[in-house]
Design a protein around this ligand. Sequence first.
Ligand SMILES: Nc1ncnc2c1ncn2[C@@H]1O[C@H](COP(=O)(O)OP(=O)(O)OP(=O)(O)O)[C@@H](O)[C@H]1O
Ligand SMILES: [Mg+2]
Length: 348
Amino acid sequence: MNQLIIDGVTKQFGALKVLQSCDLTVERGSVVTLLGPSGCGKTTLLRSIAGFVTPDAGRIRVKGQDISRLPPNRRDVGYVFQNYALFPHLTCRDNIAYGLVVRRVPKAEIARRVSQALDLIALAAFADRYPKQLSGGQQQRVAIARALVLEPQVLLLDEPFNALDAQLRLSMQVELRKLIDRVGITSIFVTHDQQEAMALSDRVAIMRGGRIEQIGSPLEIYDRPRSCFVADFIGRANLMPTQVRAGRTEGPQAIAAALPDGPATLVARPENIDLTPGSGPGWPGKVTFLTALGPVIEYEVDCGFSVPVRAALPRHAGVETFEPGALVTARIRDEAAAVVLPGEPNHA
Ligand SMILES: Nc1ncnc2c1ncn2[C@@H]1O[C@H](COP(=O)(O)OP(=O)(O)OP(=O)(O)O)[C@@H](O)[C@H]1O
Ligand SMILES: [Mg+2]
């Protein structure tokens, strides 16, 4: 059952169309991540769901009930803000209890729910500390517990890990996902970070200019991007200009494409590009740059396109390595994994 249904939500600030008929459904207990460049409307969409922004058009339903006209405190939606926004003068325990106190929940029940929440975030021993006595990651967990303790139908998290270092961020991603699974809460998570989106979500929604451009599982989005923008935004992609003739691409590799004749873009991930020395079947080019990343070496190869072709070759014994200046041939390894999009490449 869909827990949250967003239907045609539209919002304009002055002349600026910030949300343009956004549709999104989130299944019960699942996590959808909104991913997109700065200013594309992610926070505005969250704020519309929470009730801090009133859309000009569209409806938001939770468990079948239209909540579009309800004030924020009657929506049963938890919101974790980007900057934690803990009350500095309250202990962890009192920060978490705050929403329950405001809602006049009986004292004994508050005590029970807060201690449960503290266990959930593994901070029971820190209950009486103030925010400034906690690390960034601990404060973050308190902020999440403060939203969870109200047992909302829907949990919204707006870039909650931005202030954390890379290591802590990774462990918090795993912890948050476990927590969400344990509580079974329907969540929308906002991030700039595509790896975080892929690691944490059941589905990823790519937003651009107030619209949701594509939504799907992380691997669907990665493997089958529907636009150059999406291909470029999730992972890295080679976008090579080509022409479609009679259902195949022209050029060194004729790849099947269910598109009318005309200009097209061949999309291939760096790990799907192979390099062989000298000339052969494929795109001839010259290595211009390489980055040794550990498990792979990434090459940039000038094949005469406006941007270099990127190839990521594993560092196994037996895989040839190339120096800058080497003449090579680039080839798509797995043609079935390449995507052909209509129109010329446009780089995001
Ligand atoms: N209250 C407001 N009044 C006027 N313009 C606003 C208001 N809130 C947001 N905007 C504008 O709407 C656009 C979308 O803002 P929003 O905060 O939703 O973007 P975002 O995708 O969350 O970006 P970021 O990744 O930088 O947080 C921006 O151009 C912003 O300046
Ligand atoms: Mg934002």
